[in-house]
Write a protein that binds this ligand. Structure first.
Ligand SMILES: Cc1ncc(C[n+]2csc(CCOP(=O)(O)OP(=O)(O)O)c2C)c(N)n1
Ligand code: SF4
Length: 319
């Protein structure tokens, strides 16, 4: 049965606004230990602003990560959260999201954590459309382990694992995310703070699996990686112009974020391409909602019996 023929139960959108406004002070935990100038500082600063703006109840926010420099994020944000083994942050976070639909789950990681060791988990969390927001701080290199080739390193990039230059074709993050079934796919750049805030805020408000890839420079092991998209370094910052559906002739040329084929066309543009929301699909039910529907139907069939009574009945059948 295709997902379009499944009943689409609704599950409650997580949380109302906080009674006490969230502040950066309340959200700040440890002092970041990144190298001075690392792009990840800007992502963290933008994330504090996103949380202030969204103003979710403090106790309803979860920040989670795998392993890597970028994955140290949860140490620096004062929310529930954790640092999980390399590449496995997504299945763990998916469990949190599915088990506690009232929480706002944010997951952070690097290109290695997400597209390499965690690549399989990325595909499956995306296709299941688990409700959470995943921020991939892509620096085109393994930073924490001091410069190995990552799945997004460009051809010819010299590292400790490829001293004569990378020979494997890099992953195209946007194409990979679209192909995996992510229902919100966006891209930003760590030098563009307002743009990062906008992308992460929209991702957090999306009801489904939302991903923002942020080009975040590793000043230690890949300085200048994203200069081609930085006007202050002579590059070109091209932002996607989204369709406004205002009936004007110029609107015809604008990007329709609901058009998956158009999103692929943007993803296939030559590097550095453009930044913004590539794709947003609001039609696909979340796994959270589908599971809630299954549970509600099971409860109906069992006449609202308690969890304990159901467990006892199951054990009784097994005797
Ligand atoms: C199973 C396992 N394999 C390898 C490692 C070593 N390791 C730690 S971080 C890392 C790469 C991190 O790169 P990335 O995800 O791009 O994050 P960055 O440090 O660049 O932010 C590797 C290979 C590990 N910790 N666990
Ligand atoms: S090694 Fe690179 S990614 Fe890691 S903290 Fe330093 S600059 Fe940032």
């Amino acid at each position: 049965m295709s997902s379009s023929t499944l009943p689409v139960p609704t599950s409650p959108a997580p949380a109302a606004a906080a009674s006490v406004p969230l502040t950066k002070k309340a959200l700040t935990a440890d002092h970041p230990t990144w190298c001075p100038g690392c792009g990840d500082f800007a992502v963290l600063a933008a994330f504090y602003r996103v949380l202030e703006k969204l103003n979710y109840p403090h106790e309803k926010i979860v920040t989670f990560a795998g392993i890597g420099c970028s994955s140290r994020f949860p140490y620096f944000v004062n929310t529930h959260g954790g640092h999980f083994i390399h590449g496995r942050a997504l299945p763990f976070s998916a469990g949190i999201s599915l088990g506690r639909d009232d929480l706002h789950v944010f997951v952070f990681g690097g290109d290695g954590d997400g597209f390499s060791i965690g690549g399989n988990h990325l595909v499956h969390t995306a296709r299941k459309n688990v409700r959470l927001t995943y921020v991939i701080m892509d620096n085109f290199v393994y930073g924490l382990t001091k410069k190995q080739t990552s799945p997004t390193s460009p051809l010819g990039f010299k590292t400790k694992t490829d001293p004569t230059g990378a020979i494997d074709r890099p992953i195209n993050p946007m194409r990979t995310l679209l192909n995996s079934g992510a229902t919100f796919v966006a891209r930003s750049h760590a030098t563009q703070v307002n743009h990062m805030i906008e992308m992460m805020t929209r991702a957090a408000r999306h009801d489904g699996f939302s991903v923002v890839e942020i080009n975040s420079e590793c000043v230690e092991f890949y300085p200048g990686a994203f200069d081609a998209a930085n006007p202050r370094k002579g590059g070109t910052w091209t932002v996607i112009e989204e369709k406004k559906h205002d009936g004007t002739p110029e609107d015809a040329a604008r990007h329709d974020v609901t058009d998956e084929v158009a999103a692929y066309r943007l993803a296939l543009q030559p590097w550095p391409g453009c930044y913004g929301v590539f794709y947003e699909n609001k039609q696909q039910p979340t796994k959270n909602a589908l599971e809630a529907g299954l549970i509600a139907r099971a409860r109906e069939r069992t006449k609202q019996a308690s969890d304990l009574a159901l467990l006892q009945a199951t054990f009784a059948r097994m005797r």
